[in-house]
Design a protein. Structure first.
Length: 556
């Protein structure tokens, strides 16, 4: 049973630079600690060649003129999550061994990728797509693969039965012994696993105890154990702490694009997509805008006149900004997601400068569709969502979507829900049965029980908003109606129907509704009409709260 160990060398530096595209490899050192004890905790190979050493003070490191950054545990957390996603992409059985190392069971992958060398090349390529440079070792037992990945660069393949021979060149400190045991072995003059494996096991046990026996087995590659299986996460998260607060949309979009690229790469590695994007900002100094701003999709989020709030006011205000981007279908196009987030931020910008960014994606299986040769093509849901978001930016989120009737007696009451495209059309047989049922419901039997006839239908055009009108009454019944520059005589009237409700709220209603047949006339007394017909059937009502008449709509 082969196992693959994936190790990220110099993990802290790789986590800090993941997602950055450097044409050259700059010298970078990371600092950690509390002032004045701030020291170098990690450095890449270029910084080491320049003279940087671990434990060097900050002032000493600044003399070498290299790039110095603070250590970011947040970026280390997301880099470790990306490493775990890499393991899930190749095997359902992985062990989360350390922040910089995982072990995966690669049994059966020969049928998919071929030899162990091809499997290691595929893992290295997927790691590169996630912004990680890794060392890989494949062996018959997990411990041999683990220590080979930590001790040897590049790709290491250990045939079954040759573990001791391959690990012989490995330094003893790669086995991670305790400081006391390492000091004892160093006094004995032992530097490699080969020298440790040649020691007699009985005498080693008498001097170092069970730890010596365990180190002896590790040096020979004879340890066997089962993997401690990790559980997959339901969400994919990316975080970034900013050294300088960001207020404008353009630099913020650059950072969001970088995080979205990393997130989508992780989702693609696991063959997943995002059904929702959760955005959270930690805000620094809050500000209030003193003049209105105009937001454009391809322009900066300008804040020309701002005033920083006092400390007392900042405590009252929210120091976080949260948004949830619900997607119509699961997607992992980072550029499309960035455009949608930009539109959200332009319509509702944060109330202060941004010091930390948190992105989370709800993982879901990608959308699968199959078109038909004789079925008309429908709009791409991703592009349709972008169009809807652009319209929402212009008219507001509450004014675009799919209308839904509200469970109330208030006339004409409805609400706007988020527009979600309907799924693919049902099979032809299902559509035929549905059409037959609808046709049967629209027909009733004739009086003689033989031939069916169609049920009469009436169309109703509602005016939004309701048109104001002036009404002349005759014995309490509407006689003449004036609205939209026209007036007409009421030929027939039916009503009133009195409706009221929500009397305990501020937006209560109390209306008397009439159905009127109106014959229009112009100023010369001649019959006229705004429609091809000279008469029209209208619905009007009297609002008792504002004591005015309105035309609600007309019947076709």
């Amino acid at each position: 049973m082969p196992f693959a160990s994936i190790h990220v060398p110099n993990f802290m530096v790789q986590a800090a630079t993941r997602g950055e595209n450097h044409p050259q490899n700059p010298a970078i050192a990371l600092l950690d600690g509390t002032s004045p004890l701030i020291t170098v905790v990690a450095a890449n190979e270029a910084a080491t060649r320049a003279g940087i050493q671990i434990g060097m003070a900050k002032l000493q490191a600044q003399v070498f003129g290299i790039e110095i950054r603070p250590r970011s545990r947040t970026q280390e957390k997301t880099a470790h999550a990306a490493l775990v996603d890499l393991g899930w992409s190749i095997s359902p059985h992985i062990e989360d061994n350390a922040p910089d190392t995982i072990i995966a069971d690669v049994t059966g992958l020969k049928l998919l990728f071929g030899s162990h060398e091809n499997i290691a090349d595929e893992i290295a390529q997927r790691a590169s797509n996630l912004g990680l440079h890794v060392h890989i070792a494949i062996a018959a037992n997990p411990e041999a693969a683990l220590h080979a990945a930590r001790g040897f660069p590049g790709i290491t393949l250990i045939p079954a039965g040759e573990e001791e021979k391959c690990l012989s060149r490995l330094p003893i400190h790669a086995l991670l012994p305790s400081a006391e045991a390492l000091e004892t072995l160093d006094r004995w003059g032992l530097q490699t696993c080969q020298a440790l494996a040649k020691l007699p096991i009985l005498e080693l046990s008498e001097r170092l105890g069970q730890q010596g026996v365990h180190l002896h087995e590790l040096a020979r590659g004879a340890t066997t154990r089962s993997l401690l299986l990790a559980q997959p996460e339901e969400r994919t998260e990316e975080e970034m702490e900013l050294e300088d607060a960001v207020e404008d949309l353009e630099p913020l979009s650059f950072l969001l694009g970088r995080l979205l690229d990393q997130m989508c790469a992780r989702l693609q590695t696991r063959s997943l997509a995002a059904s929702a994007i959760r955005l959270k900002f930690d805000l620094g100094d809050l500000f209030e805008k003193t003049e209105p701003e105009t937001f454009h999709e391809d322009s900066q989020l300008h804040t020309p006149k701002t005033q920083t709030l006092s400390a007392a006011n900042c405590k009252k205000e929210e120091k976080t900004y949260e948004k949830i981007l619900q997607l119509p279908v699961p997607m992992r196009d980072s550029k499309m997601l960035l455009k949608l987030l930009r539109l959200q931020l332009q319509s509702d910008p944060p109330a202060g400068s941004i010091v930390k960014i948190f992105l989370s994606a709800d993982a879901a299986h990608p959308r699968t569709t199959q078109g038909g040769l004789f079925v008309p093509s429908s709009p791409n849901p991703e592009k349709l969502e972008l169009t809807v978001a652009r319209l929402a930016k212009l008219v507001g989120n509450k004014n675009i979507g799919s209308p839904e009737l509200v469970d109330t007696h208030r006339p004409g009451e409805f609400r706007m829900n988020r527009f979600i495209p309907e799924p693919d059309d049902p099979p032809k047989c299902a559509r035929t049965k549905t059409a037959q049922k609808k046709l049967a419901s629209d027909k009733v039997a004739s009086p003689n029980g033989r031939l069916p006839f169609s049920r009469p239908a009436t169309g109703y055009r509602i005016f939004r908003p309701s048109a104001p009108a002036k009404v002349e009454l005759n014995k309490g019944c509407p006689a003449k109606v004036f609205f939209r520059g026209l007036y007409g005589r009421v030929v027939a009237a039916s009503g009133p129907w009195r409706t009221s409700g929500d009397w305990w709220q501020e937006n209560s209603w109390h209306q008397d509704e009439w159905d009127l047949e109106i014959q229009f006339r112009n100023s010369n007394g001649k019959v006229t009409s705004p429609l091809p017909v000279q008469r029209g059937l209208y619905c009007i009502y009297y609002d008792s709260d504002c004591q005015s008449w309105f035309v609600r709509g007309m019947y076709d």
